[in-house]
Design a protein around this ligand. Structure first.
Ligand SMILES: Cc1cc2nc3c(=O)[nH]c(=O)nc-3n(C[C@H](O)[C@H](O)[C@H](O)COP(=O)(O)O)c2cc1C
Length: 198
């Protein structure tokens, strides 16, 4: 039941602040621990993360602001400004990547599954993100999931020294939950039941 309760309580929390009451190292250790235990095809472990806080976290969201303004112009950016500001107001951001060369190598080693591996790498990285999101909840913290890639990829690579071959997949701001989101609305249960069931 506790596990189900944790699943139910995980939400996309957008009202976050930096007062998390734990050290940056505690967050890094948590993400690293989760990474080790995430399943992946042939145990390829192609998922990667970079945890940003302080100035680095601020710089990431400045990169997002600048990239969006260049793409859509100052006027249209105004409608996104408060949203970006809310991410910048969090304690930090986890960047998720897929190490594409490790997936390419697996395709060479296991050619009969080669067409599946890129999709499976995405799925495995999704499991990683979800597990970290759950672990934030376990620490009493909130998070949400953003996708400003590929717009920001080259600037992120340059600013944070991201290794060649790592492809940015998502950005997860995290922090103390200031104003929790309202209860979720559910339209239907996403499970089909076989007619031959008991
Ligand atoms: C693959 C994936 C991509 C998502 N991308 C975004 C995103 O770019 N921006 C965002 O605010 N939320 C994003 N979300 C979060 C969903 O909008 C959110 O999970 C959904 O509305 C249900 O709300 P909940 O997380 O509170 O349960 C994404 C979720 C998933 C699984």
């Amino acid at each position: 039941m506790e596990f189900m309760q944790a699943l139910i309580q995980r939400r996309s929390e957008y009202s976050l602040d930096p007062n998390i009451g734990v050290s940056f190292q505690t967050i890094v250790d948590m993400v690293a621990d989760v990474a080790v235990h995430v399943p992946s095809p042939y145990n390829v472990q192609s998922h990667r993360a970079l945890v940003l806080s302080g100035e680095d976290h601020g710089d990431l969201w400045n990169i997002v602001r600048e990239s969006l303004v260049e793409k859509i112009g100052e006027e249209r950016f105004e409608s996104s400004r408060s949203r970006i500001d809310s991410f910048a107001a969090a304690a930090g951001t986890v960047l998720y990547f897929i190490d594409d060369p490790s997936v390419d190598l697996l395709c060479e080693q296991q050619p009969s599954y080669a067409s599946n591996f890129p999709t499976w790498a995405e799925q495995s990285c999704g499991m990683f993100q979800y597990a970290v999101w759950m672990a934030f909840g376990d620490m009493g913290l909130g998070a949400n999931l953003q996708h400003y890639n590929p717009l920001i990829d080259s600037r992120v690579r340059e600013r944070f020294g991201v290794p060649e071959g790592y492809r940015l997949v998502s950005q997860m701001p995290f922090g103390r939950i200031v104003d929790p989101v309202p209860p979720r609305t559910t339209l239907d249960r996403g499970v089909l039941v076989s007619s031959s069931c008991w």
